[in-house]
Design a binder for this molecule. Structure first.
Ligand code: GDP
Ligand code: IMO
Ligand code: MG
Length: 423
């Protein structure tokens, strides 16, 4: 059976966690394929909010198996905290959670290196979540990393020590003021590794292959968004993994011809957290209203998210590089009450009008060209049928479907599982 993918088409926080949770009942296996605790995936059901960082968003469903794939980077300390929260909710994760032996481990010194690198960049900083993501993927591609499977070897602590020592000299090299007590961090780390080791480690590419062969349905869950992709995002203001569809192949060991549906998730407007260009960003009352109504604060860092209009140029690009087959539009409810909505349909770039995403989208190069849409006033949050959606929203949806040449099959009208309209 083909593996379906679900991924973010903007700069992350599109609502991936919510939709994975909504779709999980249709799948046997939910598998995270990249990223790590820089992600914050929010699920709301039965009046309670849950935020997951590394653990797949299918974990609250009894029948689903949840796999942390080889492309993911795991911080045992954060992972343990996630497990503790699940235990409080009586989630039997020991039964349903599997970890790839080939996933890489985030060391305490990776986090320190992240902080040192950002501090050394000053104003040019990436705005990283400081979870050690960049340094860990650097060690992976540099062929120095510590993997989950290494933790099963007798000498893993020697490997750990050699790597941590190297990191310490690298931190010194940055010559910035970073205060830390490594002994304390290591005590916490080693205790958390012990907990991690109580879970089931597997050869995940073989597991996925056999699962597929025996007809099990698999949904691959992405983290971050396409514009944060290391190759196709707004480099260098990106994360350090392939967040696009190809990342699911390398992050799980799924062959390209085994990919089925590609669900592309986007907000009805745009947000970004951290530094980097954002052509449709708003600095006015409209932007403030999106932030306030949409409660746009990061699920991992609590930072305020920057807000702006929907950018169709960027969205088209994301649909293209991912091979999206279905779209899901999130947070439509947040746009209720806007008199006029704007959508960027082209850019003015070096005196020309273009409709593709160019190499450089820094504000001095780009001026978005907008189409206007009439807004609606109805509150959408209680709606459950597509037939009840206001005409102006349907016009907005029709326009996007036509421009993107893809169907919008879900419209989300609130954070709760139940606030999901299927079309
Ligand atoms: P993810 O990283 O893609 O899983 O998204 P986040 O969880 O970081 O951010 C999405 C935020 O929007 C969370 O607070 C969700 O609870 C919330 N959310 C998701 N869908 C909707 C929606 O349709 N309407 C509203 N108002 N909030 C939503
Ligand atoms: P989810 O899965 C939004 C952003 C950071 C920063 C850049 C690099 O919840 O959508 P990193 O920590 O990877 O070195 O940060 O990427 N970023 C995210 N923004 N949602 C995320 O994940 C993000 N993960 C990283 O803000 O700009
Ligand atoms: Mg998030």
């Amino acid at each position: 059976m083909a593996v379906d993918l679900l991924l973010g088409l903007q700069w992350g926080d599109e609502g991936k966690g919510k939709i994975v949770d909504v779709l999980t009942s249709k799948y046997n296996i939910i598998a995270r394929f990249q990223g790590g605790p820089n992600a914050g995936h929010t699920l709301v059901f039965n009046g309670k909010k849950h935020v997951l960082h590394t653990i797949p968003s299918g974990i609250f469903h009894d029948k689903a198996t949840n796999l942390v794939g080889n492309g993911v980077v795991i911080d045992p300390v954060i992972f343990k905290k996630e497990l503790d929260k699940l235990a409080e909710q009586d989630v039997d994760y020991k039964k349903s959670l599997l970890i790839s032996r080939k996933a890489h481990i985030i060391l305490p010194t990776h986090r320190l290196l992240d902080a040192a690198s950002e501090a050394s960049k000053g104003k040019a900083k990436i705005g990283s979540t400081l979870k050690g993501i960049g340094p860990t993927y650097m060690d992976k591609t540099g062929r120095n990393g510590l993997r989950v499977g290494d933790l099963e070897l007798d000498n893993w602590k020697e490997k750990y020590r050699a790597l941590a020592n190297k990191h310490e000299s690298m931190i010194d090299f940055y010559n910035v003021d970073i205060q830390y007590d490594l002994k304390e961090l290591e005590t916490e780390f080693f205790a958390a590794v012990k907990v991690l080791k109580s879970l089931k480690f597997i050869d995940s590419e073989e597991y996925i292959y056999q699962a597929q062969k025996s007809g099990q349905s698999i949904l691959a869950e992405g983290a971050q968004g396409s514009l944060l992709d290391i190759d196709f995002g707004t480099y260098p203001f990106v994360t350090s993994s392939n967040t696009t569809a190809a990342g699911a192949c390398t992050g799980l060991g799924v062959a390209p011809n085994q990919i089925g549906e590609v669900f592309g998730i986007f907000k009805a407007y745009t947000t970004r957290v951290g530094s980097g260009p954002f052509p449709t960003e708003l600095f006015d009352a409209d932007g403030e209203m999106m932030a306030k109504v949409g409660q746009e604060f990061g699920a991992t860092t609590g930072r305020a998210r920057r807000c702006g209009w929907l950018d169709l140029v960027a969205l088209k690009y994301a649909c293209q590089v991912n091979g999206v087959t279905q779209l899901m539009m999130m947070k439509a409810d947040v746009l209720s009450g806007f008199k006029t909505l704007k959508v960027a349909t082209a850019y003015k770039y070096k005196g020309e009008t273009i409709t593709h995403l160019p190499f450089n989208i820094e504000p001095e190069n780009i001026e978005p060209i907008y189409s206007d849409f009439k807004g609606w006033t109805a509150d959408l949050t209680e709606m459950s049928e597509a037939s009840t959606l206001p005409k102006e929203l349907n016009d907005y949806i029709d326009f996007l479907e036509k421009e993107l040449e893809l169907p919008i099959t879900i419209v989300s009208v609130g954070p709760d599982r139940k606030q999901t309209i299927f079309r």
